[in-house]
Design a protein around this ligand. Sequence first.
Ligand SMILES: C[S@@+](CC[C@H](N)C(=O)[O-])C[C@H]1O[C@@H](n2cnc3c(N)ncnc32)[C@H](O)[C@@H]1O
Length: 463
Amino acid sequence: MNLPKLFEEKMQTLLGADYEKYIQCFEEERHYGLRVNTNKISVEDFLKIAPWHLEPIPWIHNGFYYDGEVVQPAKHPYYFAGLYYLQEPSAMTPADRLPICPGDKVLDVCAAPGGKATELGARLKGEGLLAANDISSSRAKGLLKNLELFGIGNLLILNEEPGNLTKIFAEYFDKILIDAPCSGEGMFRKDKKMIKAWEEHGPSYFSKIQKNIIMQAASMLRPGGMMLYSTCTFDRSENEQVIACLLEQCPEFELCEIDGYDGFSPGIPKGAEEENLNLNKTVRIFPHRMKGEGHFLALLKKKERGFEDDKSQKGHALSGKLPEELEEFLQLVKRSFDRSRFEINNGKVYYMPTGLPKMQKLRFLRTGLFLGEVKKKRFEPSQAFAMNLKKEEYPFVLNFPCTDERVIKYLKGETLDVSDLVQENDKGWYLVCVDGYSLGFGKLLSGMLKNKYLPGWRWQSSR
Ligand SMILES: C[S@@+](CC[C@H](N)C(=O)[O-])C[C@H]1O[C@@H](n2cnc3c(N)ncnc32)[C@H](O)[C@@H]1O
């Protein structure tokens, strides 16, 4: 492996006697990880149906290693059912160590493509709010897809420079994740292109951006709230020094212990000032100490300010009657909907999270769960709604075993002959499932299922 000279010298200083072990890692295979979506399936149940050999990732309760040289979990119907996310093992750590409770208002500031946001959303269990932001509009589209695939409905997907969020969301969130853009030194083994990118934009370029983002995020955290900062790089200027900068400018923040694991290394403070900031509570993941590529994590708490009024603006109640065709569909669904949370724009129906402030002038891709569209006297349920529904919540289900060839045909967008599974006169919207987990909708007539799987999500033969 040809590493930049400057990088090698820096790592020698940082790691001292461990440097040789670190360099040897480049001769070893990378590690592939899969994280179970516990919002859809328990780890125990997933292990009963998983068709590949999986090894537990010891510090992540729902994370597993798989042999990426032999199997392709992205090419399996369970992937399309949103049962898991494929993620480098050390990258699973930040969302895992930010303590999320159902009902929290959570912000992921740099969220695309959603590796961490999908876990944060799963932990909310459908309660509270996940606001997932990314500055890049193309990457934010991928983020939307991944969150909808995971079945997460209590959503706000933003595409903003974080500075534009600070006024609207001042001290609004209970938990914030900043998985900052960085020079990516921890990705060199996994992706050689990162070395070239590092030569163009190195640590000093990113350090300024990171200091800005962390200060902006800090202002959106409520007193008593918690914030986790992470990068996938090793340079101190993007890690400990960013945290030192926050602690110096915002004394209301303090570092917290992160749930430990043998392979974790403590942060690396330099000099008396940094020593005094408890930076050894931050965590470093090095590839020569555990089976993960490399990360930095700092968990922070904003101190309480004593008694506080709840300043979050309550959402404005959206009253009024719902269109009949929507009402008819919702009556089939075994779930209690809060009438005040529906919003309809140009026929598109959304089920909104509660307690959102007014968000004029912000660029966003999605607020709430997109339920579907009211079109000329009919309601068409959406792909996102299908992914959010559990099989037990809808009465008309076509549940195929994974081995039925119609599963792949459905994912490819083909019409299905299901006359063996239904009565001749059965008709209407059916939820298509694989082994009990929803994939999408189809419309039944005379034993044939018209395919309503979202065209942009279809199974590509070349995948
Ligand atoms: C490390 S990646 C995030 C990965 C993501 N958290 C995940 O787990 O899938 C950093 C992201 O920050 C975004 N970004 C870059 N500059 C930004 C900024 N100033 N504000 C917000 N996001 C930014 C990039 O578009 C990129 O998607």
